[in-house]
Design a protein around this ligand. Structure first.
Ligand SMILES: *Cc1c(COP(=O)(O)O)cnc(C)c1O
Length: 262
């Protein structure tokens, strides 16, 4: 399989360009499903709109996008307010969250994908109770073994998930991961396999695990591999909206330099 160079995504700034990109990704998802006998309806495409300005978000809405993923809560909150006139939009916060910012997520987000500490679970629960809301959450797992990545080490996940039943406002949907950022499928795929096997273990070893069906994995450069390995949500930004100029180190602060596809 050919993995595109990370910088090769042209900017989509017109309606027809966005439509084309979304359709192209959906058909690549369908093709990946077909390779492994999955139903494409099982796979949710979550458009990731970080750094994308409001006018292009509105175009994405016009081509049918009804949910958006944002790495940083302030940016998500700002965009949610700026598009409050659009009906039925869901916001997913998918990046690391400091405990003192839990209140913002509790206010407007439908979904939080980077849960990785009980302190944060507790802060979210408290703020959600105040708001009278519930939140879909994903437990983030560090499947790549890179010290710089956020997320729990795989061996800690079963114990962690077992404790989440203490937080009724958190609806624990599944697991999320960022794979190794590499152009080499042989190194990326094991990260996705690891997440899937972890979900199987959770189903067997925890009561809450039975409701954890979701695997959020796969981004612009690797979503087809993720779908082949069982992803139920793929988080795709650049392949829809175009390459970002903000480096990923802004979102994964201590990330080691990305390996290049060869
Ligand atoms: C930005 C981001 C993505 C999407 O990455 P792309 O390369 O734009 O597809 C996925 N997950 C997280 C956590 C992100 O921050």
């Amino acid at each position: 399989m050919v993995v595109p160079a990370f910088s090769s995504y042209p900017t989509a700034s017109r309606l027809d360009e966005l439509k084309h990109n979304v359709e192209a990704i959906r058909s690549r998802i369908a093709a990946a499903c077909a390779r492994v006998g999955r139903d494409p309806a099982e796979v949710r495409l979550l458009p990731v709109s970080k750094t994308v300005p409001i006018d292009r978000l509105r175009l994405a809405y016009a081509v049918g996008c009804r949910e958006f993923g944002e790495n940083k809560v302030q940016e998500a909150h700002h965009k949610a307010e700026a598009t409050a006139d659009l009906e039925e939009v869901r916001w997913a916060v998918i990046g690391h969250l400091q405990t003192n910012k839990a209140k913002y997520v509790a206010r407007f987000a439908s979904e939080f994908q980077a849960l990785d500490s009980l302190r944060l679970a507790e802060a979210l629960e408290r703020r959600l109770q105040v708001e009278g809301r519930a939140l879909d959450v994903f437990v983030q797992v560090n499947t790549s073994g890179e010290a710089s990545k956020f997320g729990l080490p795989p061996e800690d996940v079963v114990g962690f998930v077992g404790k989440l039943s203490a937080y009724p406002a958190l609806r624990v949907r599944g697991l999320m991961t960022l794979a190794l950022l590499s152009g080499d499928p042989a190194r990326v795929r094991p990260c996705f396999e690891r997440l899937r096997r972890l979900r199987e273990r959770l189903r067997q070893e925890t009561s809450i695990g039975l409701e954890m069906n979701e695997l959020s994995m796969g981004m612009s450069g690797d979503f087809e591999l993720a779908v082949e390995e069982g992803a139920t949500t793929v988080r795709v930004g650049q392949a829809i909206f175009g390459a970002r100029t903000v480096p990923d180190s802004h979102y994964w602060p201590e990330a080691s330099p990305r390996e290049n596809a060869s």
